[in-house]
Structure formats: structure tokens, C-alpha cells
Design a protein around this ligand. Structure first.
Ligand code: SAM
Length: 307
């Protein structure tokens, strides 16, 4: 997902310096690029893209303290933090581990939407929806219940790949996603009765209690750190015997971490505790990788639980 966000400074000269800096960076001249980004940021002190690139360059040059200063300037220059400077700061150990800036997720996926399916399916062998389908069938079989659902919520629905996979199993699909660009693609599938551009937790909170048979999240809670509020809402919104199913990236330590890919990874123990605290039952957790990155499967889990 190598997409570089550019927000113009509104000053042609500063923007040109930024462009030259990017050219030098792509050619491997990191010091030359850092000089140009510094000049761009001096010309326009609120030039978030220049500060963010400077932070990235300083990090690559091993200059941690200077990287932190530049990322802070990038974060402060853009109230929505569309570059995700806060995530870079968290990775550098600055500030406590907390949620992603919604503006970052929105900007990332709005930019990504036109090429999302090609990149994920062809380049990364993405199979999140297939993994979820198998897990849901297994869970329903174990519960001796039909794998048919009247109302299904697709959290972080993206372009609608999960609804395509589950189309024959659900009468009505509702999709929730932060990115209007992704929602636009999901709408074009014609598979959703309703689509909301919203944060998944806020979207769930707006759903009536005991209203839903299935809640899915394919490769979406990797953008959510603390899953406790989400699981509590899922338990409220599900009907009795309703099912929640989602994929995560995982790690061997405790709790959840922000990985180098800037996605969260949740430990199996954390998931079990969180699901149990939400009073969901029949928690099943199995290893499952949704994608290949740099030639290797990304360690992951598929999780199901019932109300
Ligand atoms: C990797 S895509 C997966 C999309 C889809 N579920 C699939 O399997 O193809 C992750 C999606 O989650 C959405 N997302 C991330 N964080 C979110 C949040 N807090 N609330 C709603 N959507 C979110 C992103 O906008 C993006 O569309």
C-alpha cells in the first residue's frame, strides 16, 4: 500500500521544492531530499506533506530525534493528520498506543479505492472474505444452526468483497466504512441494502439492540486497536445466537501492538479475554493469513463468537 499523500502548501515554490525532494528521495539521495523538504517547510511552516516527508527521511537516515520533531510538525499542521504522523510517532515510542486518526484511514482508502481490488487480489493474494466464509460455516455447523442470516453488518466493508462472498447466505447486507471512496465502489456492487460512511464503532452504536444475525469484519479491525468497545457493541446489536466473525493480524506477545505495516496486531489471549468480557460465547480462534507480503504470509487469526 505504498501511496504517498500530497497536500499542497498553496505556495508554488514550496510545492516545487517538495517535488524536487521527492525526486531525489526516489533516486536514493536521502540527504539531498531532506535539504529540499527542510527548505519547503521553511517557506511554508504549515506544509504538512513536507514535514511528514522530512520525518520519513530523517527516520531512514537513522536520525530519530529529528524524525520525531518533523512528525510532530506534520501532525500539528494538519488537524485531521491525514498522513498518519501520529502512527509514525507511536512506532517511534512517542505517546501511548491509541487509535488511528480517522482522517488518515479515510485519506488512505479514498486514494486506494480505485486500485484496491487489483492490488489486494492480484498482488497480495488477499483472501479475507473466503477465510471468514469458511469460519462462519464451521461455527454454524458446530452450533447445529443454518448458515443463513436475515440481516448482516459488514464493518469496514471496503469495496464489498465480503458481501460478494456471503451473497447467498444473507438476505440483507448493511455496510459501514470510513472511506467514501470505498463505499462508492461497494454501492456499485448493488449488494448492500444500506451503506454508511462512518466509523465502525459509531455505526454499530447507531444500530438497534438485538437486530442483527451476523457481524463481519474482513481485514478491517486491523485498523482498530482496542477491540473492547467494538465487541461490547457487537454483543448488544446481535440477536440471540447471532454470530460475529472477523480476521486480525497477530503477534506472539501480549495485548495489541502497532506493527511495522502500521496496522494493529492482536494476540490470541487478548482476543479471548475481550470476547469473554463482552459476554460473547463459543469463541473460536484459528490461525489464518489473509495476505502475502514480501513473499510471506502475514501472521493472522480468524475469530468467531456467538451471543
Ligand atoms: C483492507 S480494507 C478491507 C475491506 C473489505 N472488508 C475487504 O475484505 O475487502 C479495510 C477497510 O476498513 C475500513 N476501515 C478502517 N478503519 C475503519 C473504521 N474505524 N471504521 C470503519 N471502517 C474502517 C477502511 O476504510 C477500508 O475500507
Amino acid at each position: 500500500m505504498a501511496i504517498t499523500l500530497f497536500l499542497s502548501s498553496g505556495n508554488l515554490i514550496a510545492d516545487r521544492r517538495y517535488d524536487f525532494g521527492r525526486d531525489l528521495q526516489l533516486r536514493g539521495d536521502l540527504n539531498g531530499a531532506a535539504d529540499l523538504m527542510t527548505q519547503a517547510a521553511e517557506l511554508e511552516p504549515n506544509f504538512a506533506s513536507a514535514w511528514f516527508s522530512l520525518g520519513d527521511l530523517r527516520e531512514q537516515l537513522g536520525e530519530r530525534d529529528a524524525a520525531i520533531i518533523a512528525y510532530r510538525r506534520a501532525r500539528d499542521a494538519d488537524p485531521d493528520d491525514r498522513h498518519g504522523a501520529k502512527l509514525r510517532l507511536m512506532r517511534l515510542g512517542e505517546g501511548t498506543l491509541s487509535e488511528m486518526p480517522p482522517g488518515y484511514v479515510r485519506a488512505l482508502f479514498d486514494q486506494y479505492a480505485p486500485k484496491f481490488e487489483k492490488t489486494l487480489l492480484s498482488d497480495l493474494d488477499y483472501c479475507g472474505p473466503e477465510i471468514l466464509l469458511k469460519a462462519v460455516l464451521v461455527a454454524r455447523h458446530a452450533a447445529k444452526r443454518p448458515a443463513h442470516f436475515k440481516r448482516a453488518l459488514d464493518l469496514g466493508c471496503g469495496t464489498g468483497l465480503a458481501a460478494r462472498q456471503f451473497a447467498s447466505l444473507a438476505d440483507e447486507f448493511i455496510g459501514i466504512d470510513l472511506s467514501a471512496g470505498m463505499i462508492g465502489r461497494a454501492r456499485a456492487t448493488g449488494l448492500y441494502a444500506r451503506l454508511d460512511v462512518a466509523d465502525m464503532l459509531k455505526g454499530l452504536r447507531a444500530e438497534p439492540a438485538d437486530s442483527t444475525d451476523l457481524i463481519l469484519a474482513a481485514d478491517a479491525v486491523v485498523y482498530v486497536g482496542d477491540l473492547a468497545p467494538l465487541m461490547a457493541e457487537a454483543a448488544r446489536v446481535l440477536k440471540a445466537h447471532g454470530l460475529v466473525a472477523f480476521t486480525v493480524e497477530t503477534h506472539d506477545g501480549e495485548g495489541f501492538i502497532l506493527g511495522p505495516s502500521l496496522r494493529y496486531a492482536h494476540s490470541a489471549e487478548y482476543l479471548r479475554k475481550t470476547i469473554s468480557a463482552a459476554k460473547l460465547k463459543d469463541c473460536a480462534i484459528a490461525p489464518a493469513s489473509t495476505r502475502i507480503e514480501a513473499g510471506d504470509p502475514v501472521p493472522g487469526l480468524v475469530v468467531t463468537a456467538t451471543k
